[in-house]
Design a protein around this ligand. Structure first.
Ligand SMILES: Cc1cc2nc3c(=O)[nH]c(=O)nc-3n(C[C@H](O)[C@H](O)[C@H](O)COP(=O)(O)OP(=O)(O)OC[C@H]3O[C@@H](n4cnc5c(N)ncnc54)[C@H](O)[C@@H]3O)c2cc1C
Length: 185
């Protein structure tokens, strides 16, 4: 069996499993009348003014994330400062986003504000970035809490766990002969 849940649920299902501290993250989604930036780029709050740490125009990355003609802007606030009521956080974020994008945010509409107190596992030093994924005979666990916080760590631990399962159950397919390279006219 492979447990691929977050750390808290994994420890409920498998008592004794280590549960790290977590950091909170808040995500704001705004609809804008026009794109404040056309590039599919990440803007970082290098001056650390806050509350937003980074932001991007989601529809510049993936236009299907909004109805045609609509612009979706996504912004991230790290830490507990987002415990403020959503209206004041939205006000503070809007002022900062106007500076970051160099565009007015007055007509932006707040579509959603998601606050998750357990968004990413904390990684205080010394951090073990490769916790075992094989915990008992036939029992495997993966997720960012077994590697490093974020999607990259989650995927890397899933790769380690699936690799261990293939090895343990003798399921690893024989390496395929390399395809010969052919010139294409
Ligand atoms: C608001 C927010 C913003 C974030 N921003 C970023 C970011 O910008 N960059 C980044 O890299 N990471 C970010 N993260 C972190 C990233 O989402 C996680 O690191 C990643 O999703 C962890 O993957 P995972 O597979 O370990 O767990 P999860 O993605 O949590 O997947 C666990 C799955 O298990 C399911 N599950 C739980 N219990 C059961 C059960 N009993 N039976 C069956 N299924 C179950 C859940 O429904 C869930 O689908 C953010 C997280 C949040 C919450």
């Amino acid at each position: 069996m492979l447990l691929a849940t977050g750390a808290h649920r994994a420890a409920e299902l498998l008592p004794g499993l280590r549960v790290p501290e977590h950091h909170p993250v808040t995500v704001l989604h705004h609809a804008a009348p026009e794109p404040p930036m056309t590039a599919p780029a990440l803007l970082v709050d290098a001056d650390q003014k806050g509350p937003v740490t980074h932001t991007w125009v989601t529809t510049a990355v993936d236009p299907s994330r909004a109805l045609p003609g609509r612009t979706l802007v996504t912004s991230v606030v790290l830490g507990t400062q987002a415990a403020a009521p959503s209206a004041s956080l939205d006000d503070a974020a809007r002022g900062q986003l106007a500076e970051l994008y160099g565009a007015s945010t007055r007509r932006w509409e707040l579509l959603a504000l998601h606050h998750d107190t357990r968004a990413v596992p904390a990684m205080p030093a010394p951090h073990d970035a490769r916790r075992p994924v094989r915990v008992l005979g036939g029992l495997y666990v993966c997720g960012d809490h077994r590697e490093t916080s974020g999607s990259r760590g989650a995927l890397a631990s899933a790769r380690r766990a699936s690799s261990a399962i293939l090895d343990d159950f003798g399921l690893r397919p024989a390496a395929r002969d390399e395809m010969p390279l052919r010139a294409v006219a």
